[in-house]
Write a protein that binds this ligand. Structure first.
Ligand SMILES: Cc1cc2nc3c(=O)[nH]c(=O)nc-3n(C[C@H](O)[C@H](O)[C@H](O)COP(=O)(O)OP(=O)(O)OC[C@H]3O[C@@H](n4cnc5c(N)ncnc54)[C@H](O)[C@@H]3O)c2cc1C
Length: 258
């Protein structure tokens, strides 16, 4: 049996992160409908580089009327352990968007998609320790889920408290898996906040992420590191609250989905 330490991944050096990577065709093996607007595409990447929880891939597709394929960034939601060559990307359909509606509505198992990666410095491994405060809004939960699944896979037990904002339970990506993981791992706490529901008892809050909420969970967690991901306005708000609460700038890591 492999020990947890043999399974863990190394944070890539900056040089490695910025090296040009080739486009390659990955095969979609599964399409998992997560919510009415979000699907996970499970993609087998033939020549896959090791990725670190929190990183993303670029995906490009041909668009009628466009001379060149159009690319967008999608975070990996799966753990690189045990197999970094199978990536789950969680894609929310942006109404009127060029790429995400095609990926969410028109891709089937067996299709080939052009992918390139991994990229990004929004990363965590157990070597950085915890406790961690994770703040995700909408599909911003995807890279945070990779960190949580990774910690399950390697067996470390740093405290993680996720504040997760969704419209309501139906639109909360991974909601059942997260609640199950929180029941079976006492290092994980999940505080849902639903912005378009005021009665569902599976949510701790029923409003947008705000300073009071972050201050409350900050007090319960005493985080060493914070990871915030989602639309720029949510990320900037949460980051400024954590800095006001005394966290150092290099301990508050952000990924904005502009
Ligand atoms: C590092 C990173 C990681 C990401 N990870 C994820 C992820 O895991 N999951 C996820 O769902 N998303 C993720 N995103 C966001 C993703 O990359 C795309 O931005 C998103 O899917 C929208 O792309 P799109 O092509 O569908 O929309 P776009 O075509 O980019 O359009 C976006 C919006 O702009 C509007 N728009 C477009 N053109 C015009 C115009 N000419 N005039 C007015 N309005 C216009 C559209 O109607 C739409 O509402 C990530 C982004 C980054 C930067």
């Amino acid at each position: 049996m492999q020990m947890a330490s043999e399974l863990s991944v190394e944070t890539q050096p900056r040089r490695e992160r910025s090296r040009p990577k080739p486009w390659q065709f990955g095969k979609v093996t599964h399409v998992i409908v997560e919510t009415p607007e979000t699907s996970t595409l499970r993609i087998e990447v033939p020549d896959a580089a090791q990725f670190v929880p929190g990183q993303y891939y670029n995906i490009r597709i041909p668009i009628p009327g466009r001379e060149r394929p159009i690319q967008r960034a999608y975070s990996v939601g799966s753990s690189p352990v045990p197999d970094h060559s199978i990536i789950d990307v969680g894609i929310r359909e942006t109404p009127g968007g060029l790429v995400s509606p095609v990926l969410v509505r028109e891709i089937s198992p067996g299709d080939l998609l052009e992918v390139r990666g991994p990229y990004g410095a929004f990363t965590w491994t157990e070597k950085e320790a915890g406790p961690l405060l994770l703040v995700g809004a909408g599909s911003g939960v995807v890279p945070l889920m990779s960190m949580i699944r990774y910690q399950v896979a390697v067996g470390s037990k740093y405290e993680m408290h996720l504040i997760f904002s969704s419209k309501n339970r139906e639109f909360a990506i991974y909601a059942d898996e997260l609640d199950e993981l929180a029941k079976t791992n006492d290092w994980l706490k999940v505080s849902h906040t639903f912005t378009r529901d005021d009665s569902d008892s599976s949510a701790r809050y029923h409003r947008r992420i705000d300073s009071e909420m972050i201050t409350e969970i900050f007090g319960e967690t005493s985080p060493k590191l914070a990871y915030i991901c989602g639309p720029p306005e949510v990320v900037e708000k949460a980051e400024s609250v954590l800095l006001e609460l005394g966290m150092q700038a290099d301990s508050v890591r952000t990924e904005k989905y502009d």
